[in-house]
Design a protein around this ligand. Structure first.
Ligand code: PLP
Length: 413
């Protein structure tokens, strides 16, 4: 097995630094022999890995193509222009900034472009699936801005639109954020646009999770509605770890200056090249088929979990994401995550709208990249329930998981 799909690279590392080579190969083995159900993860392609492992990693490039603070940028300028043009075409956006180092950096830059410290921002509350950058007191967002949180209906798990409207009218926020780390349904961007217009707020869509589904035509796009769209490139979109921002031409300069020089230094050109590769992949019919399969798989997984007794939030999903309460199986989310990990099933805990204890958050982006389909999803639901009901020993399930994933290697060869 090779670490980067460039066997010669792996050999170099093995010879020079066996200690580190061992660690990298150990992680490849972990990813290849356990079940990856973390909703934010995926397997990027060998071509994306090749760009990440390229000498573009050596290049310093502060600024933007044609206006850099360093010499020798003529080649990487082409890489960044290519990434920008591909992102604009893929999402139908007037402007794209592909430099944010992460999803959080993209959100920080969006706030920096539109807000001043102390401004009021309305976003989904953290207990309902808001991200840390949506007002957590432990994050810059909660310290520098005055966040007001909207919620979801405790019964249905759906965003409480009436509450959003009421809070917007009461607090007159400078910006409204829509987007979540755990919301399994499509977001009604037209609704948020209408409320933002009514109270004179900017609309920021934090589409870190669904942006890959948007690329594949399997989820509605926030681009026509939001003033600024923040996203990651490594979740369903299946690119390198990183962020990006999409916006209209009117905000392009403010957004660019908010990324560099306000919140970041030199752009990571190897990552930007890898983003370009991923945008190229995401523009293909094969990726559209992938995105639709991701959703079909999540629906089967949600139905399978419900049939096993889990309480599935909102009763199902429109996306790659499923959140479920395992309480009826006699276990809380945190305990369940530990037991499942011991059985080789890797997933996250999350807050649940109707429960005090945490539930489980699962996603189908990675397993679908591996080639798994609806039959495998149904089997996974049974495996999960078996472990949590105590019907199956974790060691036995561990073997079944190994056999299942063995048929779908993420990096064949
Ligand atoms: C994943 C995510 C982020 C942050 O992305 P990082 O790359 O981990 O910083 C921000 N917002 C939302 C809604 C996310 O899901």
């Amino acid at each position: 097995m090779s670490v980067t799909h460039a066997p010669e690279t792996a050999d170099v590392l093995l010879r020079q630094d066996p200690e580190l080579a061992e660690i990298l190969l150990g992680e490849l083995d972990r990813q290849s022999t356990t079940l990856q159900l973390i909703a934010a993860e995926n397997f990027c392609s060998p071509a994306v890995l090749a760009a990440l492992g390229s000498p573009l990693a050596n290049k310093y490039a502060e600024g933007y193509p044609g206006a850099r603070h360093h010499g020798g940028c003529e080649i990487v300028d082409v890489a960044e222009r290519t990434a920008v043009e591909r992102a604009k075409a893929l999402f139908g956006a007037e402007h794209a900034n592909v430099q944010p180092h992460s999803g959080s950096s993209a959100v920080l830059a969006a706030y920096a472009a539109l807000l001043r410290p102390g401004d009021t921002v309305l976003a989904l509350g953290l207990p309902y699936g808001g991200h840390l950058t949506h007002g957590s007191p432990a994050n810059f967002s909660g310290r520098w801005f005055d966040f007001v949180g909207y919620g979801v209906d405790a019964e249905t798990g759906l965003i409480d639109h009436e509450q959003v409207r009421t809070l917007a009218r009461t607090h007159r926020p400078k910006a409204i954020v829509c987007g979540s780390i755990a919301y399994p349904r499509h977001i009604d961007h037209a609704f948020f646009r209408e409320v933002a217009d009514e109270v004179g707020a900017y609309l920021i869509a934090d589409a870190a999770h669904p942006i890959g589904l948007v690329a594949g035509g399997a989820a509605p796009s926030p681009v026509p509605y939001a003033d600024v769209v923040c996203a990651t490139t490594h979740k369903v979109l299946r690119g390198p770890r990183g962020g990006m921002i999409l916006c209209g031409a009117d905000l392009a300069e403010r957004v660019d200056r908010a990324v560099f020089p306000f919140t970041q230094g030199g752009a990571q050109m190897h990552t930007i090249a890898a983003k370009a590769v991923a945008f190229g992949e995401a523009a293909t019919p094969a990726f559209a088929a992938y995105a639709h399969q991701v959703v079909a798989n999540a629906r089967v997984l949600a139905a399978g979990l419900a049939a096993q007794g889990f309480v599935v939030t909102t009763g199902g999903t429109d996306t790659h994401l499923v959140t479920a309460d395992p309480a009826p199986l006699g276990v809380d989310g945190r305990t369940a995550r530990g037991r499942l990990a011991a059985a080789g099933i890797v997933l996250d805990c999350c807050a649940l709208p109707h429960a005090d204890l945490r539930g489980l958050r699962l996603g189908t982006a990675a397993v679908t990249t591996q080639g798994m389909g609806e039959a495998e999803m149904a089997r996974i639901a049974v495996l999960l329930a078996g472990v949590l009901k105590g019907e199956a020993e974790s060691q036995k399930t561990r073997e079944e998981v190994r056999e299942l994933v063995g048929g779908f290697p993420p990096y064949p060869g």
